[in-house]
Design a binder for this molecule. Structure first.
Ligand code: FES
Length: 124
């Protein structure tokens, strides 16, 4: 640690225009749950199920190890990851891709990037 940084960052959800706050010590999924969406299937919260897959459009983050079954090396390089394993270092803007998408984005259908689709299966 090199001195006190901001204690909270603003996270914007591209799909809905909503924002929420997240501390550097809190993962992006945990803070997103506070939006209060009914029925968000938070899954394993440990990087193993893939329901919380997101793509970072802007901002910096730290990420803990993620399963290659859910995030390929190419996806990771494109800013795609699992919200339960990602921690903000700056304000961020993100897009929700995983199964939680239909709970976070009212009226959304499954994303083409949702885990299990052919487009992403075995990409690494
Ligand atoms: S909640 Fe399971 S991978 Fe994030």
């Amino acid at each position: 640690m090199t001195g006190p940084g901001p204690s909270l960052f603003i996270i914007g959800i591209e799909d809905t225009g909503e924002t929420y706050v997240c501390s550097p010590a809190q993962n992006l999924l945990r803070a997103m749950e506070r939006l209060g969406r009914q029925g968000i299937p938070v899954g394993c919260r440990g990087g193993g199920c893939g329901v919380c897959k997101i793509q970072v459009l802007e901002g910096e983050y730290r990420a803990r190890k993620m399963s290659r079954a859910h995030v390929s090396a190419a996806e990771e390089a494109a800013g795609i990851g699992l919200a339960c394993r990602m921690f903000p270092c700056t304000d961020m803007r993100l897009k929700v891709l995983g199964a939680i998408r239909r709970f976070v984005v009212p009226g959304a259908s499954a994303s083409p990037a949702e885990p299990g689709t052919d487009r992403y299966a075995g990409a690494d």
